[in-house]
Design a protein around this ligand. Structure first.
Ligand code: SF4
Length: 463
């Protein structure tokens, strides 16, 4: 989501007359490079402590290297009083991502002379229809997409769930959904420009509901996520639909059906469990039980078997280790769920207390080495199930979206989100015959020849 917000910020700055800094590498932006800029905006993440510390360090170095530079801070930590106090002499503007007007005024005040700006770009004002003051106008700014074949499309922002460990409801506020009409327009325009992968984003996409009157034109007021998926699936074109993130308490039967049935929706479901222990889930305020979660997984598996018989699908999750009070027996419950579900991927997080959250007040009583040990233990289970799952791909042919090329190898991914190394790049592919300069951004057929734990290898297959 932050990545997608940054694409909108970049687009706003571009159309305001700014040009991006030319930096040799996009991997590690160093303070010396950044110090050549007139304005740097940090879009911060506060989910863990490490990215927060990095932002502090970079801001400090930047100010030291260029006392005249303008620095703005947005994202998760920008509205925290403690952060604003510590950084008050280093940061010129703290703004919420929803408050583009504050950024606009800042740009006018500080740069209108240099940039010779007459007017600044405006964005459509969209208020959520619950008549709260939350403004999601910034989502209607056309983003500067990072590449030309895969696009992140935010459909909502904020969250109402208040999981005990999470800063999102404080950092982004309550859930607000974008009007369906606006989302459909953005996807149509992307498909027209040959985008192959549309990733619908939101903190809890399952509870999406377009309540804006402007949703009427495409499906009536009150379009829910299942209906939105169907509407996007009906847009003509050869493209894939992905979405994240889902909350198990909001994954309804009405939603499982289109997810496992629609032809453009990829066969890959990410359903974060966070813990397999009911006690820990309760302490986390997740509002579902392990039984409910496993019931959903069963329904998803049965529904794929019914709607896409024989199709290989993938399941992934998030698990936190070392939540306050988590015992070894409770950790074992997470291990049991992992063995049962047989995930393709799990994103582990070692619990890290975040200010403002309920867990901030709990005793962080699992030591760092023990958190590491627990993560390693669960990761060994994942390695086994991932390899087992990957072996099912051997000798079969899959659509692969090619994302990059390094020397004699293409890198891409399947609809099930498996990374694939393609080794016969010199083959004469019909896409190249028909005028494309490269296969990057194309969906091609690949025969899988090798299954590893974290990826697959294969060769381009031409019928
Ligand atoms: S559902 Fe929970 S973890 Fe996810 S964004 Fe909302 S509060 Fe955070």
């Amino acid at each position: 989501m932050n990545f997608s917000d940054s694409e909108r910020l970049a687009s706003f700055l571009n159309s305001s007359g700014f040009t991006p800094l030319k930096i040799k590498t996009d991997k590690e932006i160093i303070a010396k490079d950044l110090a050549r800029a007139n304005l740097v905006i940090f879009n911060s993440c506060g989910v863990r402590k490490m990215p927060e510390d990095r932002a502090f360090g970079q801001i400090h170095n930047l100010r030291k290297n260029n006392p005249n530079i303008k620095i703005a801070l947005t994202g998760c930590i920008s509205q925290r009083k403690d952060v604003q106090t510590v950084l008050k002499n280093k940061v010129d503007l703290f703004f919420s991502i929803k408050d583009f007007d504050l950024l606009k005024n800042f740009v006018i005040e500080n740069f209108s002379k240099n940039l010779k700006l007459k007017t600044l770009p405006t964005s459509r004002q969209v208020k959520n229809s619950n008549n709260t003051q939350e403004n999601i106008a910034y989502l209607s700014v056309t983003p500067k997409y990072t590449n030309d074949f895969s696009a992140n499309v935010p459909i909502m922002t904020g969250c109402n769930n208040f999981c005990a460990y999470c800063v999102v409801p404080y950092a982004r506020g309550r859930e607000v959904s974008r009007p369906a009409e606006e989302i459909i327009d953005e996807v149509k325009s992307l498909v027209k420009n040959d985008y192959k992968e549309i990733i619908l984003l939101g903190q809890n996409v399952n509870s999406y509901r377009s309540t804006s009157p402007s949703g009427r034109g495409v499906g009536g007021e009150g379009v829910n996520f299942a209906q939105l998926l169907k509407m996007i699936n009906n847009i003509p074109g050869n493209f894939w639909i992905r979405f994240m993130t889902s909350h198990p308490k909001d994954m309804s039967d009405e939603l499982i059906e289109p997810i496992t049935q629609l032809d453009k929706v990829c066969e890959s479901v990410h359903l974060p469990i966070q813990s397999g222990s009911n006690t820990v889930l309760k302490n986390m305020n997740r509002r579902y039980t392990r039984k409910h979660y496993l019931g959903l997984i069963k329904k998803i598996k049965e529904s794929f078997a019914k709607n896409k018989p024989g199709a290989i699908f993938s399941l992934s999750s998030d698990v936190i280790v070392g939540f306050p009070g988590e015992t070894k027996t409770q950790l074992e419950k997470s291990a049991e769920v992992m063995r049962k579900v047989k995930y393709d991927m799990v994103y582990f997080g070692q619990f890290s207390p975040r200010p403002q959250t309920a867990a901030w007040l709990m005793e962080d009583n699992v030591s760092k080495p023990e958190k590491e040990r627990r993560e390693k233990y669960l990761n060994e289970i994942l390695k086994k199930t991932s390899l087992e799952n990957n072996q099912k791909y051997l000798d079969k042919i899959f659509d692969v979206l090619i994302e990059s090329q390094k020397g004699g190898t293409y890198f891409g991914k399947t609809r099930t989100l498996k990374n694939v190394k393609v080794t016969n790049v010199n083959i004469c592919h019909p896409e190249l015959d028909s005028g494309s300069k490269s296969l990057i951004g194309k969906i091609i057929s690949v025969k899988i020849t090798k299954a590893n734990i974290w990826n697959l290898e294969g060769k381009i297959y031409i019928k």
